[in-house]
Design a protein around this ligand. Structure first.
Ligand SMILES: *[C@@H]1O[C@H](CO)[C@@H](O)[C@H](O)[C@H]1NC(C)=O
Ligand SMILES: *[C@@H]1O[C@H](CO)[C@@H](O)[C@H](O)[C@H]1NC(C)=O
Length: 209
């Protein structure tokens, strides 16, 4: 039940973070976003971070760096899945049309995003294991696994972005680039929020006798 409602919340929340330009009206009015706002300050795209997560503002669901990392990674996975679905559709359309050169670009990029989806799913499972761990050495192991997978997901999204250099491009290319850029940015933010949680978790374990 808790799992299901978290999932629904993530879907709802991730609807608000598909554009770094849209004005997050609800964020301005929310009164108890202090914790999330503070946490988002350490990310590279703080306004996107706030936009994605601030609808949690009044809810009691997020009370810890662990939950914040979990939600941020789930949002990132959801955006990657959404982008993959979109690109699958585009690739099918291009395949039946005759724009072959362009089709290859989209297919390569799709493979990268497909890998990102995989790596983000793995990192979320590993994050759950990390949460249950109490031995410092094992904590370190889980942390480095999450770190590796999230970084790889970010690298894959960036590799895809490299296929779309410059600013002058058609509408379809610009749309794809925008969606992939969004995946890269929310993933970068999730990695920063994870680092914060990981550092606290590791310190706490080392403090124990
Ligand atoms: C948050 O809660 C306060 C009072 O507890 C309320 O006045 C405010 O409208 C709520 N904000 C949102 C975004 O729900
Ligand atoms: C996506 O990855 C899965 C394995 O993780 C693979 O079976 C599938 O063919 C891939 N799809 C694309 C479009 O690359």
């Amino acid at each position: 039940m808790a799992q299901l409602s978290l999932y629904l919340l993530v879907i709802m929340v991730s609807l608000f973070c598909n554009s770094s330009l849209a004005e997050p009206a609800f964020a301005r009015h929310s009164q108890s976003n202090g914790y999330i706002k503070d946490s988002c300050r350490i990310t590279r795209y703080p306004s996107l971070c706030l936009q994605c997560l601030s609808s949690y503002g009044n809810s009691t669901t997020i009370q810890s760096p662990e939950q914040l990392a979990q939600v941020a990674l789930s949002v990132s996975l959801y955006r990657a899945q959404y982008t993959r679905a979109y690109m699958l559709k585009v690739a099918k359309e291009l395949e039946s049309s005759k724009a072959k050169g362009y089709y290859q670009t989209v297919k390569d990029c799709l493979a990268e995003i497909n890998d990102s989806v995989d790596q983000l799913s793995q990192s979320i499972r590993e994050l759950r294991r990390l949460g249950q761990e109490t031995v410092a050495n094992d904590i370190f192991w889980h942390i480095s696994n999450v770190e590796t997978w999230v970084s790889a997901a970010l690298t894959d999204a960036s590799t895809c972005l490299d296929e779309f250099p410059g600013h002058n491009m058609g509408k379809l290319k610009a749309t794809i680039k925008g969606k992939v850029l969004n995946v890269a940015q929310v993933t970068s933010n999730a990695l920063a929020l994870f680092h914060r949680y990981a550092a606290a978790k590791y310190r706490a374990a080392n403090r124990k006798p």
